[in-house]
Design a protein around this ligand. Structure first.
Ligand SMILES: *Cc1c(COP(=O)(O)O)cnc(C)c1O
Length: 432
């Protein structure tokens, strides 16, 4: 078997040296992988339990057309999400086009002119800069008279409580907390840390809405932001909770009033959650959610493997090889554009779809530097699938995520290493 497996890797362009280096790293990760599997087992049961409690039936898998009145499957799925994310209600819709849209919707529907938004965890994800108006943009919160304040994390990644207390004023209506690091090299926040921050904010003024950008965090831990007091938990279905099957969509789970506000904004005042046909996507939403805990675990194994492998080769990695995990993203700093490009081209070459194309840096809407993206995905742009992206800007880090199956994640990382070896960025001798 070992020989046959080696031959498969060889056929896919992985040299013996790269494979045996990878396997050496893997041998040290058994304990970590077992922990990841236990979390997946817990979350799998959580999802099944929620589906049983909500009486998901065969009829729920069908969809509606037109206005979408009385869409049993849609309404039941929203109950399932509310249970899983410990919320009163949820909005889970194909009409929410992506994560940025879900976050923009949650913000725009719960803030009013004169209100202030506060980020106590530093700069938010790049695409939110235009939503908020940090970078000038048509239709931003700023254009509607909603102001913004930001408090950066302390250099060690902890909360600057004193500055947060000073930043909260009478106008502060909503606090946005990004769980994942996004395109930064700060640590990702654990759900427990998020809970401490929420408790602190509520201690200043209990009526401040605490929203968590949960992108890439779903099912990585056994608890979610709703378990620690978040008023809204927001994310994308083409990341973790769609399990690779959802072809589009986003969710907002939270307090009934917050979700209601979002629904009136998504559709129309007066209509809210009552309309919004689910068309044919419900069975993939349900089945994707069902698969999400194990799919997330596969992606997580890939992230842990990549961290240990590139750390051993001397590249700075965030999180490091041994740290506990709170999202599926792995940052590796190569220090040069060539390193970022070689890594992404290796990931692309491991894909089942579009493996033969060569990704190049380009000016992506919503981002302020050029970005290179490797994505050979069944769902376009899906980043729960094996993918990597890197802004072409210092410190020249790539952000690697996804892998619907563990063997695919492993192949991707080995291909990336092979590509770095081929370009001379990793010296062959270091693999010995
Ligand atoms: C991906 C992501 C977003 C935006 O989601 P899109 O679906 O790409 O619009 C927002 N915040 C974080 C932390 C993300 O990872």
């Amino acid at each position: 078997m070992k020989k046959a497996l080696e031959e498969q890797y060889l056929k896919l362009g992985i040299s013996e040296a790269v494979l045996s280096f990878g396997n050496k790293i893997l041998a040290s990760l058994e304990g970590r992988f077992r922990q990841i599997d236990e979390i997946a087992e817990y979350n799998q049961l959580k999802v099944i339990h929620a589906m049983q409690d909500c009486k998901v039936s065969e009829a729920c898998l069908l969809g509606t057309t037109g206005y979408g009145y009385n869409d049993l499957g849609r309404d039941t799925l929203e109950m399932v999400y509310a249970k899983i994310f410990h919320a009163e209600d949820a909005l889970v819709r194909p009409q929410i086009t992506c994560g940025t849209h879900a976050l923009a919707l949650a913000l725009m529907s719960n803030l009013r002119p004169g209100d202030e938004l506060l980020s106590p965890v530093g700069k938010p994800y790049d695409t939110l800069e235009e939503v908020i108006g940090i970078r000038e943009s048509k239709g931003s919160l700023k254009e509607y008279g909603i102001s913004y304040k930001q408090v950066d994390l302390l250099p060690d990644g902890s909360f600057h409580y004193e500055a947060i207390r000073n930043a909260v004023c009478d106008k502060t209506r909503l606090v946005t907390i990004q769980r994942s690091k996004g395109y930064q090299t700060r640590p990702t926040l654990s759900v427990k840390q998020i809970g401490e921050l929420i408790r602190f904010i509520k201690g200043i003024r209990p009526d401040i809405i605490c929203m968590v950008d949960n992108c890439y965090g779903e099912f990585v831990e056994t608890i979610e932001p709703g378990d620690v007091g978040a008023d809204m938990t927001v994310g994308s279905l083409i990341k973790n909770p769609g399990g690779g099957l959802a072809p589009i969509g986003g969710y907002i789970a939270g307090k009934r009033e917050c979700v209601e506000n979002a629904a009136y904004r998504l559709t129309s005042p007066g209509l809210g959650k009552e309309v919004g046909a689910s068309l044919g996507v419900l069975s993939s939403f349900y089945q994707g959610l069902f698969l999400s805990p194990t799919v997330t675990a596969n992606a997580l194994k890939g992230a842990v493997f990549a961290a240990n492998l590139f750390e051993r080769l001397g590249f700075p990695v965030v999180p490091n090889g041994t740290e506990s995990r709170h999202d599926i993203i792995q940052a590796v700093t190569f220090g040069s554009p060539e390193g970022v490009i070689a890594f992404c081209q290796g990931i692309q070459a491991a894909a089942s779809v579009d493996s033969f194309v060569t990704p190049e840096p380009w000016d992506m809407p919503g981002y302020d530097s050029q970005v290179i993206m490797a994505a050979g995905a069944f769902v376009s742009g899906s980043s729960i699938e094996l993918s990597a992206d890197g802004p072409i800007a210092p410190p020249y880090a790539v952000y690697f995520q996804g892998g619907l199956t563990w063997p695919h994640a492993k192949l991707g990382i080995l291909k990336a290493l092979q590509s770095l070896v081929a370009k001379g960025i990793v010296a062959k001798e270091t693999l010995a």
